[in-house]
Design a binder for this molecule. Structure first.
Ligand code: NAP
Length: 478
């Protein structure tokens, strides 16, 4: 086997590890191992690439590795689980920027050598190589600025509301036209000044397009946008792979590209919205209370104390926890686990109902509950728990709102109409833990909180759960 075959063999091994890792990420029990297997695949790919290419200077590569490793370790340790979507957005952006820089550097080489010498030396096809370079710059640029904008929205640096104005789509179309024109000039013009102007236009407008693409999308829809941008970063990486003729980069980019699209579609389905609706409807721009059923919501909020909650729970035999974004905000997963254990010791059967878009990222609740060592067998998917819901003595809703809002099933005017929900309202008693009257991500009222069988346990979920746990413990001790 010659060196080239060995390298390609190593790339195939790395690609297989990526695919196995991705597959294992689909199940909570195997996700950690999947992550590790993919990381090993990437290590093989990087090491083999460094051995393969005629690296002219290892200094910069070493500096990059050290800086990247230090930053990666700091981020992994410091960034909270609730900030994970922001971090993913930034990492996507860096991926896009890297592809843009590869395309830009290669274009610089063409300008320096001239097409003829470049093609002779690097054995490329002019149309193919040219397209790959320009796609890497365009998609990488859009991904970079789009991801930075998504990060700023999620981090609260920019308002979460969608920014809409007249002629927005026309402006985006005009920018696409400018990008095409700039690219054409950069490729075909012979005057160096014109070439430079064409490429600069292409680059700058690509960057602006990423910004304006994300601008009309609300903060709550950012997880879908981020997964779409993740997909774009994969496509940009693939284009960069074609530019530098690196097979493993092409494969890895395609895997990221397709898995990002699949994830976006899964999220849209779980919200009963189309991808086009997420990208272009400006969801979340209405005033709070929009689509609340035109005032049909009646009833009153009935507060309950931790002591009375304990009394209700002590008598319960079937209990279901329904976690949502508020659990993530208050980091109450350990208290949830403690209460669940006490309920089990008290003879109750305990389950956790998992809605596919509870929280702010796919698998958000699974990750938090796994962190608190809740056994996987107790987690029940929405479709499996709903038929059991009427037999539940108590449903404890921990900072969930939209995913238990009956308006999604009943109120055709509701923005979330059609989104599948967990039927918490069917339980005999519902105890909702939240801080006050804050709306969920969609900004609409929730009839569940006003229903006769619902009680509101107000306060930060972690403290209120702790108070209920203390009640259980004091009764057991006394
Ligand atoms: P939600 O509708 O956003 O509601 C969260 C609730 O938690 C709020 O009503 C808030 O009320 C309460 N809360 C916040 N901090 C709290 C704390 N410290 N203690 C107790 N309660 C607290 O959450 P959800 O039911 O999980 O629904 C998720 C939403 O995000 C869905 O609309 C979904 O479509 C959307 N989304 C999710 C994803 C995803 O991938 N998971 C992606 C895109 C969009 P108070 O302010 O009164 O406390």
């Amino acid at each position: 086997m010659n060196a080239a075959s060995l390298i390609n063999f190593a790339y195939i091994v790395a690609s297989i590890l990526f695919i196995l890792g991705l597959k294992m990420l689909g199940r909570q029990a195997s996700a950690r191992r999947g992550n590790l297997i993919s990381a090993v695949g990437m290590l093989i790919a990087v090491v083999v690439t460094l051995l393969d290419k005629q690296v002219v200077n290892f200094t910069w590569i070493t500096i990059g590795l050290v800086v990247g490793t230090v930053l990666g370790v700091i981020c992994a340790r410091v960034v909270k689980m609730t900030s994970m979507p922001e971090m993913v957005a930034l990492l996507n952006g860096f991926g896009g920027l890297a592809s843009l820089l590869v395309g830009w550097a290669e274009y610089g080489k063409i300008r320096a050598y001239g097409w003829d010498r470049y093609l002779a030396e690097f054995a490329g096809n002019p149309v193919f190589t040219g397209s790959a370079i320009f796609l890497a710059v365009l998609i990488g640029g859009v991904t970079f600025t789009g991801s930075v904008y998504a990060f700023a929205k999620l981090a609260g640096l920019l308002g979460g509301k969608p920014l809409l104005f007249r002629g927005q789509h026309l402006l985006n179309a005009l920018m696409l036209g400018l990008i095409l024109a700039g690219g054409g000039v950069a490729i075909f013009a012979s005057d160096p000044a014109l070439v430079l102007a064409g490429f600069a236009t292409y680059l700058v407008v690509s960057l602006v397009l990423g910004w304006t693409f994300v601008m009309p999308i609300g903060g709550g829809d950012m997880p879908v946008v981020i997964s779409l941008l993740n997909s774009l970063s994969g496509l940009a990486a693939s284009a960069a792979g074609f530019v530098i003729s690196n097979n493993v980069l092409i494969v890895a980019g395609c895997l990221v590209g397709t898995s990002g699209v699949i994830l976006s579609v899964i999220m849209c389905k779980a919200m009963n919205r189309s991808l086009l609706n997420v990208l272009f409807s400006g969801f979340g721009s209405g005033a709070p209370g929009d689509g609340d059923g035109g005032g049909v919501i009646q009833g009153e909020l009935k507060p309950i104390s931790p002591e009375d909650s304990f009394a209700v729970l002590e008598a319960a035999r079937q209990v279901v926890f329904i976690p949502g974004y508020g659990m993530a905000v208050s980091q109450a997963q350990h208290q949830v686990r403690e209460l669940a254990d006490l309920l089990e010791q008290n003879g109750a059967e305990v389950r956790f109902a998992i809605h596919p878009v509870a929280g702010r990222m796919p698998g958000h609740m699974n990750v938090l509950l796994a962190e608190a060592s809740v056994p996987y067998e107790q987690l029940v998917e929405m479709d499996a728990i709903n038929p059991m819901m009427a037999s539940m003595d108590v449903a404890i809703v921990i900072g969930a709102n939209d995913v238990v809002n009956p308006a999604a099933a009943r109120d055709k005017s509701s923005p979330i109409y059609g989104m599948p929900i967990i039927n918490a309202h069917e339980a005999r008693t519902v105890i909702c833990l939240k801080r006050g009257k804050g709306a969920g991500f969609s900004g609409i009222e929730n009839h569940l909180f006003l229903m006769p069988n619902t009680r509101m346990l107000y306060g930060d979920a972690k403290s209120t759960l702790q108070a209920v746990v203390s009640e259980f413990k004091s009764i057991a001790a006394g």
